[in-house]
Design a protein around this ligand. Structure first.
Ligand SMILES: NC(=O)c1ccc[n+]([C@@H]2O[C@H](COP(=O)([O-])OP(=O)(O)OC[C@H]3O[C@@H](n4cnc5c(N)ncnc54)[C@H](OP(=O)(O)O)[C@@H]3O)[C@@H](O)[C@H]2O)c1
Length: 313
């Protein structure tokens, strides 16, 4: 089977298409024929070697965490799916490998694909949609009637966060550049601000949740704009946020880091919302398999609107 691989860390030019042996599903795993994969900033950061401590120096490495495809074969003990089922999901950890004709996922990384979505649309959902859900519901504990601001609301995670915040019943304000204000309103924001004019940081703004989706605002900067029991949620791991996370565990204003984890229950909830027409993926561009380097270059501009997709099968 053909896969996108690289033999050293570096720029998108290190990527190449190569024939690899078909993966064999182990116990509790499913082999998929991949139809579409989505890219995330994580793929680029790994390819550049930014997580080398976790990813090590063993090559070749494969690319991609998000996938939508068709079940091709089942590993020992798998009864939840049958060959021919259309599924979507995200690989956990650091190995990736969804930008390939075939990939194995474990049962806790998969759910049935939303019927209403194409494979390209379904591939857009898992990593970014789960991040939005887990950041707002689990870390932010966002509930009906609360005020949330989503900083950087027009990218991969942000377009889901806007819709998920509305589905959780919140009063939603977004920030984006001026060109994406209309998109944020269309996705359900009650107010959409251009971040070059308004940042949401004014003292006394009383945000119940400040979700720093883009990741360039610190808890220290945001604290004064939170309500008395408000929560700041970041997407970007750092020593500072880890310390703040621990230090604010029992304080009234809290700092949290979201670390997305796949699980079938959350994937099924996202799929249900998609099938009900309540959650819609936004695709910036769909690239053919042969243009993965161009697709990664688009992500690396940090200006993608919604998700960047690779069509595989
Ligand atoms: N911790 C986790 O589990 C986890 C999971 C997923 C993602 N992440 C991280 O979360 C971050 C966001 O991910 P993503 O997929 O949404 O990224 P993305 O798709 O690359 O984000 C692009 C968006 O960022 C906006 N943006 C650019 N410059 C900005 C600025 N100065 N201020 C505010 N917004 C700005 C852009 O909007 P405009 O074009 O309108 O400027 C664009 O729509 C990344 O750092 C990613 O690595 C973490």
């Amino acid at each position: 089977m053909r896969a996108i691989v690289y033999d050293r860390y570096g720029s998108p030019e290190v990527l190449e298409s190569r024939l690899l042996p078909s993966p064999q599903p182990g116990p509790g795993e499913v082999l998929l024929s991949v139809r579409a994969a989505a890219l995330n900033p994580k793929d680029s950061l790994i390819r550049k070697g930014k997580f080398r401590r976790m990813t090590g120096d063993r090559f070749p490495r494969q690319l991609g965490f998000d996938v939508a495809g068709v079940v091709h074969a089942l590993g020992p003990g798998v009864t939840r799916f049958r060959p021919g089922d259309e599924v979507f999901g995200m690989k956990h950890g650091w190995a990736g490998g969804t930008v390939a004709e075939e990939v194995c996922l474990s049962l806790d990384e998969l759910a049935l694909k939303p019927k209403r979505l194409s494979f390209e649309e379904a591939a857009a959902v898992p990593l970014a949609g789960l991040t939005a859900l887990q950041a707002l519901r689990d870390e932010g504990r966002l509930t009906t009637g609360q005020r949330v601001i989503l900083h950087g609301a027009s990218g991969g995670v942000g377009v889901f966060a806007t819709q998920v915040a509305r589905l959780l019943g919140a009063q939603v304000t977004t920030t984006s550049s001026a060109r994406n204000v209309a998109l944020c309103l269309q996705l359900g924001a009650h107010e959409a601000w251009d971040y070059t004019e308004k940042t949401g940081l004014a003292k006394g703004s009383n945000w119940d949740v400040f979700f720093d989706v883009f990741g360039n605002r610190g808890f220290g900067e945001v604290r004064g704009a939170l309500s008395s029991k408000g929560t700041y949620v970041s997407t970007v791991p750092s020593v500072t946020i880890a310390v703040q996370h621990l230090a604010t565990h029992l304080t009234s204003k809290r700092a949290r880091l979201v670390v997305v984890k796949p699980n079938p229950v959350d994937l099924e909830l996202l799929a249900k919302w998609c099938d009900e027409g309540k959650l819609k993926p936004v695709l910036d561009r769909v690239f053919p398999f042969t243009e993965v380097a161009e697709a990664q270059a688009l992500i690396e501009t940090r200006r993608a609107r919604g998700k960047v997709i690779i069509r595989v099968g």
